[in-house]
Write a protein of this length. Structure first.
Length: 293
């Protein structure tokens, strides 16, 4: 497994604060969002790496393990158990303060397919293979938390998909990959999400964008219209003399924030003024009269 520098991916250094990490993630997520680069496979890969880096560095416990153990941070607990086992044995061991990433690499090789520690007869434990799967959703599916059942190598796995999942985002289901060998741990299951575009709403992070047609009479005189959102219809007041391209923000009517129940982005509406066609002679006369007033 090659080392992946999550700090480098986000363009920050190891002293970055949680706010620095959040800001860097948001900036890069906007730049590499698959919806803004639909024909660029490289961008999709970058977006997945950015999500992975943010998932680790924004979690204090995961970040601590990553900083200490590098590429093998996910097996930190196994390493700690092995250190305790060694320190309780008869042979002399180094103090816990002298363990470093090199010690861990040796342990990792011994536990998961390396040369072992030479003198012991016990069989080497091998970690199971990681599995990868892809789930296709539409925007409405991703709007609400729901469950799906996957068939992975003949085994049915029921997972909960949180509302607000991103297009291109990957989540890990620990222990649901291939079986370990000689008592080794199972691999993990990595699920990538592909979310189709919506005919009306365009999503960018937690905000939704939509274009709404507005007849010229309502635009000039103002009034009230009913518009669709992803969770029902709402009434919207239109100001008199609304111009083509005018925008209105509906707070809290956007997309749910991932793993933050009850929090939503905004819905941003752009008005397209529709010019009437097939006017009668009388209507044309009225418009002519109006233009002269």
């Amino acid at each position: 497994m090659n080392f992946v520098d999550y700090y480098k991916i986000l363009g920050i250094d190891k002293s970055a604060t949680p706010k620095d990490i959040k800001n860097a993630y948001r900036k890069l997520a906007r730049k590499y969002h698959p919806d803004l680069n639909p024909n660029d496979e490289g961008t999709k890969k970058n977006f997945q790496q950015i999500n992975e880096a943010n998932e680790v560095l924004s979690d204090p416990e995961k970040r601590k393990k990553y900083d200490q153990y590098g590429k093998d941070w996910e097996h930190a607990e196994e390493f700690e158990k092995q250190k305790q086992y060694q320190s309780s044995g008869s042979r002399a061991t180094r103090s816990s303060s002298s363990h470093n990433s090199e010690d861990f690499s040796e342990f990792f090789e011994s536990m998961f397919g390396g040369s072992g520690n030479g003198g012991k007869s016990r069989q080497t434990k091998y970690r199971g293979e990681d599995y990868k799967a892809e789930i296709h959703l539409n925007l409405i599916d991703a709007f609400e938390t729901h469950q799906q059942t996957l068939n992975v190598n003949g085994n049915k796995i029921r997972i909960t998909i949180p509302a607000g999942i991103e297009n291109g985002q990957t989540i890990k289901i620990p222990g649901h990959g291939g079986a370990g060998i000689n008592g080794g741990p199972n691999g993990d299951l990595y699920i990538a999400f592909s979310i189709a575009n919506h005919s009306i709403f365009k999503r960018l992070e937690n905000n939704l964008f939509a274009n709404i047609d507005l007849d010229i009479y309502k635009a000039v005189l103002g009034g009230e219209i009913t518009i669709d959102t992803l969770n029902g219809q709402v009434k919207l007041k239109v100001k008199p003399e609304t111009q083509n391209g005018s925008k209105v923000k509906l707070k809290g009517k956007g997309f749910p924030v991932y793993k933050n129940e009850g929090q939503f982005g905004d819905l941003l509406i752009t008005f397209n003024i529709k010019i009437p066609t097939h006017l009668t002679e009388k209507q044309k006369e009225l418009f002519t009269e109006l233009s002269k007033s």
